[in-house]
Design a binder for this molecule. Structure first.
Ligand code: E4P
Length: 217
């Protein structure tokens, strides 16, 4: 499973990239607004920080303007993936960009039929939103499983990018189902490393080692 970081905070991306844990980055207009920074500047900076795909989202709702926005965003780095919403105009834009060899991330997916459309439109990534689906009483993880089955049935190459991940169990379940990518808030990515028995074991090993009076270096 690849790990993307779901943030526009460059300090967090830099820190996680230095750990060797970042395969890409996803952003959205809300994350850009939260960062308080200029959209184009921050995307260019992120694209320099990581080698993998950096999803930058168009904000227009009509196909022609989406394409113009995509062309501008594509100038910001060779690893930019264009994020489009799962609407008919978004799908049309996906097909046009995919035909030019551009990686497209189709976002705001809440049904398996939507995911089927995105694959047929040539999307590089489909982003089903697990947490937001759970929030309204649907089973976000069942959506991931349905998409996995459908994509496998037809050998679609579109990667399932599990999004709107809120906690480590979402990552675990998505990995068990076989989602290709999880995009994680930095906090959740770090939480994956935590276990109280690891901490307890380190404390015991440290105390026992100190009792020997030895040093390695
Ligand atoms: C994915 O690309 C989205 O940016 C993100 O995962 C949305 O997560 P949220 O529902 O926690 O805002």
């Amino acid at each position: 499973m690849k790990f993307f970081v779901d943030t526009a905070e460059t300090a967090d991306i830099r820190e996680l990239a230095e750990l060797g844990l970042v395969d890409g980055v996803t952003t959205n207009p809300s994350l850009i607004a939260k960062s308080g920074r200029n959209f184009l500047e921050v995307i260019e900076e992120i694209a320099d920080l990581v080698d993998g795909p950096v999803s930058a989202e168009v904000v227009a709702l009509d196909h022609e303007t989406m394409l113009k926005e995509a062309d501008k965003l594509l100038t910001l780095g060779s690893n930019i993936a264009i994020k489009v919403p799962l609407t008919l105009d978004g799908l049309k834009t996906c097909r046009a960009l995919a035909d030019r060899g551009v990686a497209v991330n189709v976002t705001l997916c809440f049904s398996a039929n939507q995911a089927l459309l995105a694959a047929k439109a040539g999307a590089a990534f489909i982003s089903p939103f697990i947490g937001r689906h759970d929030d309204v009483g649907f089973d976000g993880m069942a959506l991931i499983a349905d998409i996995r089955m459908i994509y496998d049935n037809y050998d679609f190459e579109t990667e399932i990018l599990a999004a709107s991940i809120r906690h480590p169990i979402h990552v675990l379940e998505a990995a068990k189902i076989g989602a290709d990518v999880s995009t994680l808030p930095p906090k959740v990515l770090k939480q994956l490393a935590n276990h109280p028995l690891t901490d307890k074991g380190i404390d015991a090993f440290t105390a026992d080692w100190e009792s020997t009076g030895q040093s390695i270096l």
